[in-house]
Design a protein around this ligand. Sequence first.
Ligand code: SF4
Length: 482
Amino acid sequence: MILAVLNHDYHYETENMCRIFFPNEKINLVYERGNYNENNVVETEIDGGIISVSCDINGRHSERKTDASAVENKELETGRLLYACLSEITGCVPPWGVLTGVRPSKLRTKCIREYGEDEAKRRFEENLLVSTLKTNLAASVSKTESEILSLSKPDSFSLYVSVPFCPSRCSYCSFVSHSITTPAARKLVPEYLDKLCEELEQFGKIASQLKLKIESIYFGGGTPSVLESSQLDRLCSQIENSFDLSTLREYTVECGRPDTITLPKLRALRFHNVGRISINPQTFSQTVLDSIGRQHTVEQTLSAYRLARSAGFECVNMDLIAGLTGDTVENFKESIDTAVTLAPENITVHSLALKRSSELAQSGADVEDGDRAVRMLDYAQNKLSGSGYIPYYMYRQSKCVGNLENVGWSLPGRECLYNVFMMEECHTVFAAGAGAVTKLKEPNGDYIERIFNFKYPYEYISRFDELTDRKESIIDFYREHI
Ligand code: SF4
């Protein structure tokens, strides 16, 4: 497909919009009108005070024009005209309209603050062309988030611990995670944990020097539960020895892959007062699990869940994904129904994002039809809200099927605080381990500074001293911004 961007700078937005409607199409950008030598052509232009869009795709034509002097935001208007043309040609009406950005609920909160509830709703639906269902979803998330955010204070912080190892690599995964079955990765683990403990100790000293109060801890990755119970015990003990945990409200460890969960590991975590774990089925269809290279069974998910309950975990999250290769709307509905029957406190519904680094994308797999994913998420929203769950956090990612969202659902009062704190960037997050990014948040303002750790474990180990040096800026940051 040719996308002609004529006399304006909105190439990023217009390309994204084309991608929402044609996710598997190769899009070639051109900046001059010409003999395109291509059947599928989208022209976007601002000329002589007129914004115009003209689309010829698969033998169908659609065009729109508007007077540029009559619009406040030309970029938005170009997107709206393009959206209208592509909807007319394809018959698809993507539910997030022309809304870009990863945090729709944050925008909703801002809009409500500035214009009030009714005008915020009108702006979402009429200006940004967001469906009523998604507008209401963003409003519900914004309401729950506001209550959680009120817990965060200027001297609050949270701690993220990265364990970038997994039992094997799933074909849709784009995280930097090493399969622990390879001898090279397995060999790295002990040294990795040594450095991780050292980094936790450093953060503990900094937190104490700055008199910061810990709110939440989150172990992510990767799959932290791939570690042995003694290794989990060591990490948790290090945290207890490094931080004053008297203000801690929540302690989560991702045990994403059910095939890593054992009773000794769960006991080790409970012993250290970990209160929330994630057991991620992704789907309850064995055929789909097999097709996404997720090397565990549905039965392993069910028995891991029973084991977690027997070990005393009272807050369990389950992740499901809409738009997985080989999944159907019916199968997805069954997965949601099964999760609801099990009644975990949290159910997080993701939309598949096929990033370039995933095995699936590299093999040239097509992105799932957005329309089917929309039906999947609509079902999830209706079923979960009808079963007592409330949406409490939400974000979008690039390359998400149908430009859709990821939503955390929770039984009331059981929301994951860390997810909200991190997503809304309301306080500092100290992040330890490979690939982790510390976010320093100005205590009484919005300014954020990031400190990046090395992405890969071997680099994290070999260049650890450089990370120690980077931490010196933390004290300066607080001195400067207090
Ligand atoms: S378990 Fe999660 S982090 Fe690990 S490879 Fe699979 S999707 Fe990626």
